[in-house]
Design a protein around this ligand. Structure first.
Ligand code: FAD
Length: 252
């Protein structure tokens, strides 16, 4: 079969002959794994990629997301593909068993990602952003933040974004103006403008967790004093003034 994504023989050569990923199975973390389980995960990735991601790759470009002033409209194939990606466990393939993952070595998990991403980068990016946002919270969040935001993202119920760029600050993130003012209850009131936020609004998930880069009020204008706050899009500027970040949306 002619591969239109990543050539299976090439990937197999890279993983098993060049990188010898089977050696990871002697490590306690990967003790349940074998070449068979690696191949099974990769086969699932190819199946999801060919059946659900590749077929609408061109349609994504022809019928790009539209914002009608109230809602973002995205072709239905995107939601179905992401549901398959989540339900097969591929989105959390490298995560711990306790987090619902398959505990695959990163090299194999990332290979699965590459297969799906190679089939349709645009649709994949909603999941990629979600994993990235959850990774940040798993690394630096409190237990309460993990419960509230990271775990629902790993379950695929919530999706995530990274809101860094502002009209006056793209590469130069030290120039951002969004401020984070501490409140008495431990939360931060965010004020500012963000643009180009991939996956910034959609109806693909129950909720969207925006990780918003802001400067803690009073911090000196340098690469210090930043705070990455999470705010749920369900709390709009009208219901939650402390989360009043205006974002120009850029659906992935
Ligand atoms: C499709 C897409 C999706 C995006 N998604 C997100 C998102 O999800 N979240 C988010 O926060 N942002 C997002 N962005 C914004 C993206 O991160 C910014 O566009 C990027 O950081 C560059 O900023 P800028 O566009 O203001 O360009 P600028 O920073 O103004 O750069 C313009 C040019 O100057 C060059 N340049 C900049 N600084 C220097 C320097 N110091 N030395 C030499 N050359 C320099 C750059 O290489 C570039 O060629 C997205 C952008 C795109 C196009």
């Amino acid at each position: 079969m002619t591969e239109t994504i990543i050539n299976r023989r090439d990937l197999s050569f890279l993983l098993y002959e060049l990188l010898n990923v089977e050696r990871f199975t002697s490590h306690p973390r990967y003790a349940d794994h074998s070449r068979e389980t690696f191949d099974a995960a990769l086969e699932t990735a190819y199946k999801v990629a060919y059946d659900h991601f590749l077929p609408h790759c061109r349609k994504n470009d022809l019928e790009e997301p539209q914002f009608d002033g109230e809602r973002v409209h995205i072709i239905p194939e995107v939601k179905e593909a992401l549901r398959q990606y989540i339900d097969t466990g591929l989105m959390v393939a490298g995560k711990d068993y306790e987090l619902g993952g398959m505990q695959l070595p990163a090299t194999v998990a990332q290979s699965c990602t590459a297969v799906v991403k190679g089939a349709n980068t645009s649709t994949f990016s909603y999941a990629g952003l979600t994993v990235a946002a959850s990774n940040l919270l798993l690394a630096y969040g409190t237990e309460a933040q993990k419960e509230r935001y990271a775990y629902p993202m790993l379950e695929g119920r919530f999706f995530g974004t990274m809101a860094l760029t502002e009209p006056q600050a793209g590469s130069s993130l030290s120039d951002i103006k969004t401020t984070a003012v501490p409140e008495d209850d431990g939360t931060y009131r965010l004020t500012g403008n963000k643009i180009f936020i991939s996956g910034g609004d959609h109806e693909l998930s129950e909720n969207i967790v925006h990780l918003v880069l802001g400067r803690v009020k009073g911090a000196r204008p340098a690469l210090r004093g930043f705070r990455c706050s999470s705010c749920r899009s369900i709390w709009s500027t009208t219901t939650a003034p402390w989360a009043s970040v205006t974002m120009s949306l850029w659906p992935a």
